[in-house]
Design a protein around this ligand. Structure first.
Ligand SMILES: *[C@@H]1O[C@H](CO)[C@@H](O)[C@H](O)[C@H]1NC(C)=O
Ligand SMILES: *[C@@H]1O[C@H](CO)[C@@H](O)[C@H](O)[C@H]1NC(C)=O
Length: 262
């Protein structure tokens, strides 16, 4: 190789090295969604996804669907692609932080972006009191890497049911963040009752906690937080959907809890 060619090759290598993404700039969005979901509700653990439900078809009145989304990167962009949803329906995006829920945004117009910086998110479909039409949305994550945050989850869609956490008995772990959605696929007003609680006790339940969120008027409202062995009063999800969020810190555990709903 002559000296001129060597200089050229070095210059080329330098240009390539300079153009390469720097680690602290994080990861770009996928060019196309890597996963597609077409069910009412579900769990997605991917860098991007298409969620389409009854696109071109109908959705029954008062239908509720909950999707739990986990992504490997900190910034999440949700975009509405196509929609037959009406003014009285809603497709909502809620940020999930460690131990509590963040704010909720409505995704209502085609092309609109809702952008969050959070570890996980919840998508909630609320159909109004009349049959409606389906939709298609996408999300993309980008930016700095984050470790998985929701350690266990369930979306309960039967008319009545129950749940024990942890499901295999014994004590729950440290650093848990367990998210349970109650969203019966036959519209109703389920009442949630805890029957056993054994969670590390502390003043304001700052260490380990169980929170109940009741969907009301476009948002999940926290209606209870408890720990120790306190059995909270029953909660009726008058708008057909609610959440239980359990979180534990770095030490001291218990045997968890049981709840039922109908
Ligand atoms: C939504 O975000 C995408 C990607 O950043 C952008 O191309 C598009 O213009 C945005 N839409 C609106 C309505 O701002
Ligand atoms: C709890 O749910 C299971 C099905 O998931 C059912 O077989 C069982 O009878 C239920 N237990 C109670 C106490 O309702």
């Amino acid at each position: 190789m002559n000296p001129t060619a060597t200089v050229f090759v070095i210059a080329l290598l330098f240009a390539v090295a300079t153009a390469a993404p720097q680690p602290n700039q994080g990861t770009a969005e996928d060019t196309e969604p890597v996963v597609t979901l077409t069910t009412c509700g579900g769990h997605v653990d991917a860098s991007s996804a298409t969620i389409q439900f009854q696109l071109g078809g109908s959705i029954r009145a008062d239908m509720r669907c909950v999707w739990i989304v986990q992504t490997p990167y900190f910034t999440q962009r949700f975009n509405l692609i196509a929609s037959g949803l009406k003014e009285t329906d809603g497709l909502y995006i809620t940020a999930v932080s460690k131990a509590w829920l963040g704010y909720t945004d409505k995704l209502s117009s085609i092309g609109q972006n809702v952008t969050l910086t959070s570890r996980s998110a919840i998508i909630t479909l609320i159909a109004g009191h009349a049959p409606t039409l389906g939709f298609k949305m996408e999300f993309y994550s980008s930016g700095s890497s984050i470790s998985p945050d929701v350690t266990s989850h369930a979306i309960l869609t039967t008319t009545k049911g129950n749940l024990t956490h942890p499901s295999n008995g014994g004590n729950y772990g440290n650093y848990e963040n367990a998210l349970f959605a109650i969203a019966p696929s036959v519209p109703g007003q389920p009442t949630l009752s805890f029957t056993r609680v054994d969670v590390e006790s502390s003043g304001a339940c700052l260490f380990d906690s169980v929170r109940i969120y009741n969907w009301f008027d476009g948002d999940y409202l926290q209606v209870a937080i408890f720990c120790g062995t306190t059995i909270p009063t029953s909660v009726t999800f008058q708008d057909g959907v609610g959440l239980v969020l359990f979180s534990s810190d770095s030490s001291v555990t218990g045997t968890g809890f049981d709840f039922q709903y109908e």
